[in-house]
Design a protein around this ligand. Structure first.
Ligand SMILES: [Zn+2]
Length: 97
């Protein structure tokens, strides 16, 4: 089923997770896209969905995908899932609307 992805508050959209690779601090942080600490914005040496000199923000559709990417590509960094949005804890499903 095709959907327009213009609406940012569409609750049916797939969950996104953002993986913040930071080379200067050697830390990889994982956030949910609605986390207050999640700010995937490109800067001079840091890009979005692309790694630059200081790292970058990578988007994943699941925390598991992000973890696998980390283990494969960035395993020498410190893995630090965010303590605020707890990306590795699955949220209880809500019923009704
Ligand atoms: Zn977070």
């Amino acid at each position: 089923m095709q959907r327009y992805s213009m609406e940012m508050d569409d609750e049916t959209k797939k969950p996104s997770f953002w993986f913040n690779v930071d080379y200067p601090t050697n830390i990889v942080k994982l956030h949910r896209d609605n986390c207050i600490h999640c700010s995937p914005e490109p800067s001079k040496f840091k890009k979005v969905n692309r790694l630059d000199r200081n790292g970058g923000w990578m988007e994943f559709s699941s925390a598991q995908d992000a973890k696998e990417y980390y283990e494969e590509k960035e395993a020498d960094k410190v893995w630090l899932p965010c303590k605020v949005c707890k990306p590795l804890v699955s949220k209880p499903k809500r019923h009704g609307s």
